[in-house]
Design a protein around this ligand. Structure first.
Ligand code: AGP
Length: 575
């Protein structure tokens, strides 16, 4: 995933504005970045510095997450053509770039990067020698295989061409300027009015407005729509890390979502409930943290007799049998995860109906759904998903309540707040874990998805090997790895005898147990993370919050970058 931003303005603006907007998309890619202001290409490796010089009326920029070619200045975007007449930024993958490149090299083009994206600027330079832009766009859309959101500028010009197939692209209209970007967070603090691209369309964005065209260059109408307000800001403020800022936003995010499901989103929510009742088969599809939230939800629904399954989206087509009576429910924070999009395409081919819950309004997944609800968690900038998980899980609990799950959700945010207030206690319990080379997190039933989620968070930000397991599966092999002092986080719901017995098994092998529990007797023991709720559903969510804090404090103790991945090289700017 990469992020792109282009700005066309009536008045001159400094390049730093482009970089500030790009910084809001840094969660989409953060190994290198760059911009083009109509004259110069400026690129660097490392986190975005918002100190761009020079005034311009139009510019394009890119923050990269490397896929083709290593993290180098040469591979960072923008990519200019040989004579510098065409400059592009690209999000997506041009699958047949090697074939296209061979043809262009034969015609004398010289490539300076290992990326698939560079082929685009050379393709346009070549085409524009003999044809108008409209015809070259048509040629490109015919020749390119794969996915793309491309922003293209001609040297000295103050307009931006924006092309899209399968990668996200949206055009926001703010006072005096148009901003084309990978998602609305690039401009959601400036405007709530945006036009959304469909596949194989392009727009010509100029200071006096914009026009959309289909792949043959025929004008198409793309009206401006108003998207829901984005409550939290994507600015870190005084917080050391976005991750902690976003964890502390969880109570507000949960309240906002639950309120909305009973008010403005009630008709859509009721429709989802009806669809769940009517469908013969219900399959959730998602990845990573969103998958863990759906797995937790699958547990809640099973408790009240709603048969369902949940699949990791990248394996969906291998394990799902979909027909016209199947409802597929996608959970995705970004709404842009390619594995989820592929699963939904497959589900559609098989005749299934698609519903979704996404955090980014008008994202691709939302737009390909028959019915979609908004998570309303606000921008999640930290790569480690936290508040989205909590809101997704609260949503699943609310859904299960419709089918008879007993839970009082009115105090969920209060309980989360109470746990967050005790975060210093959790820090003290968590920090010694930083010394361990690996650790295990165990749960059963309700707490199994939570165990997986905690382990994922620990791996993702502290780089300690962590396995989240079913407690019952431990004895079938993995227990051999438990040694004296191996930390094992055990999530014990009430007096669940099975997980208590699994905990004793690892304790007998010398494991250092860190219980997360609501069991009143265990809660009194030192070194225990006590969670105050007697309700199963709320315990699952609160235990996950405790795990997020453990992951955060372990990573912080180790001095990990937390909001970004490791290996961020020093910035080098070239012209
Ligand atoms: C979570 O911390 C991860 N960043 C990752 O697992 C993420 O949840 C996954 O890639 C799915 O993303 P989505 O929710 O935007 O679809």
């Amino acid at each position: 995933m990469c992020g792109i931003v282009g700005i066309v303005s009536r008045r001159e603006f400094p390049a730093s504005l482009l970089l500030e907007r790009l910084k809001r998309l840094e969660y989409r890619g953060y190994d290198s970045y760059g911009y083009y202001d109509g004259r110069d290409v400026v690129k660097a490796v490392g986190p975005i510095q918002t100190d761009g010089r020079g005034l311009t009326r139009a510019g394009i920029s890119h923050t990269r997450w490397a896929t083709h070619g290593g993290v180098t200045v040469e591979n960072a975007h923008p990519h200019a053509s040989c004579d510098g007449s065409v400059t592009v930024v690209h999000n997506g993958i041009i699958e047949n770039f090697e074939d296209l490149k061979k043809g262009l090299v034969r015609r004398g083009h010289r490539f300076t990067s290992q990326t698939d994206s560079e082929v685009i600027s050379h393709f346009f330079e070549e085409g524009l020698r003999t044809k108008p832009m409209r015809a070259v766009v048509t040629d490109f859309m015919g020749a390119a295989e794969g996915t793309f959101a491309v922003l293209l500028m001609l040297r000295g010009s103050d307009q931006v061409y924006a092309l899209k197939r399968d990668s996200p692209l949206v055009l926001g209209v703010a006072p005096g300027m148009s901003i084309v970007a990978s998602d609305i967070y690039a401009f959601s603090d400036l405007t709530r009015r945006a036009a959304f691209f469909e596949n194989d369309e392009y727009a010509v964005v100029r200071a006096d407005g914009f026009r959309f065209f289909d792949r043959r260059g025929r004008p198409v109408r793309r009206p401006l729509r108003t998207f829901p307000a984005q409550q939290e800001s994507s600015v870190r403020g005084t917080f050391k890390h976005f991750m902690m800022k976003e964890i502390l936003e969880e109570p507000a995010a949960v309240d906002r979502l639950l309120f909305s499901l009973d008010h403005d989103q009630k008709p859509a929510f009721d429709r989802l409930v009806r669809l769940v009742r009517r469908s013969k088969k219900i399959i959730f599809a998602s990845c990573g943290t969103s998958y863990h939230a759906s797995l937790l939800g699958a547990y809640f629904l099973h408790q009240v007799g709603v048969e369902n399954q949940t699949l990791i989206a990248s394996e969906f087509r291998h394990f799902a049998k979909v027909d016209g009576d199947t409802l597929i429910v996608a959970l995705s924070q970004s709404g842009e995860t390619m594995d989820v999009i592929d699963a939904l395409k497959y589900a559609r081919e098989c005749g299934g109906r698609v519903a979704s819950l996404v955090n980014v309004p008008y994202s691709t997944i939302q737009r390909m759904s028959d019915l979609s609800l908004n998570l309303l968690a606000g921008p999640e900038v930290c790569v480690a998903s936290t508040k989205a998980f909590v809101s997704q899980s609260a949503f699943m609990l609310r859904l299960a309540r419709e089918f008879g799950f007993k839970v009082d959700l009115s105090n969920l945010s209060l309980r989360i707040r109470g746990l967050l207030r005790r975060r210093e206690d959790i820090r003290r319990i968590a920090e010694p874990v930083a010394a361990a080379p690996d650790l295990y997190v165990i749960g059963r039933g309700l707490t199994y998805p939570v165990a997986r989620e905690i382990a994922l968070k620990i791996k993702e930000i502290s780089y300690i090997h962590a396995e989240g397991m079913m407690g019952g599966e431990l004895k079938h092999g993995t227990i051999a790895l438990i040694e004296d002092g191996t930390p094992v986080i055990s999530i014990i719901n009430n007096s669940d005898a099975d997980i208590v017995s699994n905990t004793k098994e690892v304790e007998a092998r010398g494991a250092r147990i860190i219980p997360i529990t609501n069991n009143p007797v265990l809660c009194r023991r030192p070194g225990t993370i006590a969670v105050r709720t007697g309700n199963d559903g709320k315990f699952g969510i609160l235990a996950a919050v405790a795990g997020q804090l453990i992951a955060y404090y372990v990573a912080d103790k180790l001095g990990r970058p937390i909001d970004k991945p490791r290996n961020l090289a020093k910035s080098v700017t070239v012209k």
